[in-house]
Every structure is written in C-alpha cells, then in structure tokens.
Design a protein around this ligand. Sequence first.
Ligand code: GSH
Length: 201
Amino acid sequence: MMILRSSPPSPFGRKVKIAAAVLNLADRITVLDTDTMKPDEAFLAQNALGKIPTLVLENGETLFDSRVIVEYLDALAGGGRIVPSGWRRFEALRLQALADGIMDAAILRMYEIRWRSEERREPRWVDHQQGKIDRALRLAEERHSAPAAAIDIGTIALACALGYLDLRFEGRWRERHPRLVAFLDDFERRVPAFAATRVKG
Ligand SMILES: N[C@@H](CCC(=O)N[C@@H](CS)C(=O)NCC(=O)O)C(=O)O
C-alpha cells in the first residue's frame, strides 16, 4: 500500500485523491491524516518541507509535491490518462499551474488569519493575494470554463481550487463567474470523487 499524507481540507491533497480515483488507484493508497502545524518527525523525514500532500511509496521512497504525485500516478496507470501528451499536455499543465496558483494565494490568505494576530495582519498583503485569485478566476471564466472535454489534471485542479474557495471563502466567487459554476456542476456530475472528497467548513 502507498500512504498519502494529507488532510481533508487540503485542496492539493484533494487533487491527488481525485486523480487516484479517476485512475482507479484509490484502493492502492491509504490516507494518513497529517497536521502540518504539528508535524511529526517521521513526516518531516518524508518531506523536509513539511507540506502535504506527500506520497510514501511501497519501497519507502517519498514523492511531493502534488504535481509530481499526479504525474507518478498517471504513469503508474499506464500514462497519458490525466496528463495528456503533445500540446494538450502543456495546456493541461498550464491550467493546473493557474489553479494551483489560486490555491496558493487562497491558502496564504488563510495563513494570514491562522498565524497572525489581528493587529499584525497586513491588508496590502491580503489584497495582493486576492488580486491573483480575482485575475485567475476571470481568465478561467473566459478561457477554461467550457464543460471539460476530458477530465485531466488541469480540470481536476481547477475543480479543487473552486472547491477550496467554496470551503474557505463562502463561495463568493460564484456570483461573478456563472460559466465556472456550470463547469463545476458538470465536473461534479462526471467525477463522483469530487463529492466524495468534499469537507464541510
Ligand atoms: N505546491 C504544493 C503546495 C502544497 C501546500 O501548500 N500544502 C499546504 C496544505 S494545503 C501545506 O502543506 N501547508 C503547510 C505549510 O506550508 O507548512 C503542492 O502542489 O503540493
């Protein structure tokens, strides 16, 4: 069995869980809940960065980050399943990078609240991160919101980014991005693992 160190709300962990389900590999992975704020020694030995998701292989090797893990799972499933080849590979990886960027900025906003007392928070920093989220959502609404032709690593990552905004920011993105709402509804219908990995606030 492979071990996935993750936690239920992690959008990057969710990306790996959905990828594993789509590739029919979920039953080869045990998920071990990991608290990155109180990392245990074994976890820090597995990933010096102390970040989730981290995948521990059967031979003891560890893989991180989520992008490397999904590439590995795709290869394990025969290759070219959720990471396409040719130009489509770069389109999918670019969409994944955009969605990961939304998640990074949203997580930094959360950490500002989690790690800093109210009087030490920096509104300009929060606005700087929110600007990234707003621009990326606008681009995704314009260019990447058609119902996914294929379920690949780009559309899986986009669904996870939107799901994280639902979880942490009360789904405020929905008001201005009707095409992304339709994209996510369609994704959820086609990928049961999306609903199966949803956590409530
Ligand atoms: N680029 C990484 C980002 C992973 C990430 O930011 N994980 C967060 C939780 S969702 C984390 O581990 N944070 C703990 C920390 O930064 O110390 C990936 O794709 O896996």
